[in-house]
Write a new protein. Structure first.
Length: 95
C-alpha cells in the first residue's frame, strides 16, 4: 500500500532526484568506473573509482538537500507520520 502511495504521490519528485544523478554518473570519461572490489580492479584504479563514487554520493546528497522544498506535501506528511510511529517504539532512533 505504501508502495502504491509512493508511486502516485512521489513519482515525479523522485524522478527529478534520480535524473540529475544518472547524468552525473554518465559524465565520467570513457574507461572510468565505480567498481571498488579488490578482486576486480587494480589498486591504482580503485583509488580513482573511489573518488568517482564519492563524487556521485556527494552529488546525490546535494540533490536531496536542495530538493527539500519540492517534496510533495502528502509525501512529507506520510513520512512524518511514519517517523512519529517509529519514535514511539524506538525513541533513540535518529533519521
Amino acid at each position: 500500500m505504501l508502495s502504491a502511495f509512493a508511486k502516485i504521490h512521489g513519482y515525479t519528485y523522485l524522478r527529478s532526484l534520480i535524473v540529475p544523478l544518472v547524468k552525473t554518473m554518465e559524465s565520467l570519461p570513457p574507461g572510468q568506473s565505480y567498481v571498488l572490489d579488490p578482486a576486480l580492479v587494480p589498486a591504482e584504479q580503485r583509488e580513482q573509482n573511489q573518488r568517482n563514487v564519492e563524487v556521485v554520493a556527494t552529488s546525490f546528497l546535494n540533490i536531496i538537500s536542495a530538493s527539500i522544498p519540492a517534496i510533495p506535501s502528502m509525501f512529507r506528511e506520510v513520512c512524518a507520520h511514519i517517523g512519529k510511529a517509529i519514535m514511539r517504539y524506538w525513541p533513540e532512533a535518529k533519521f
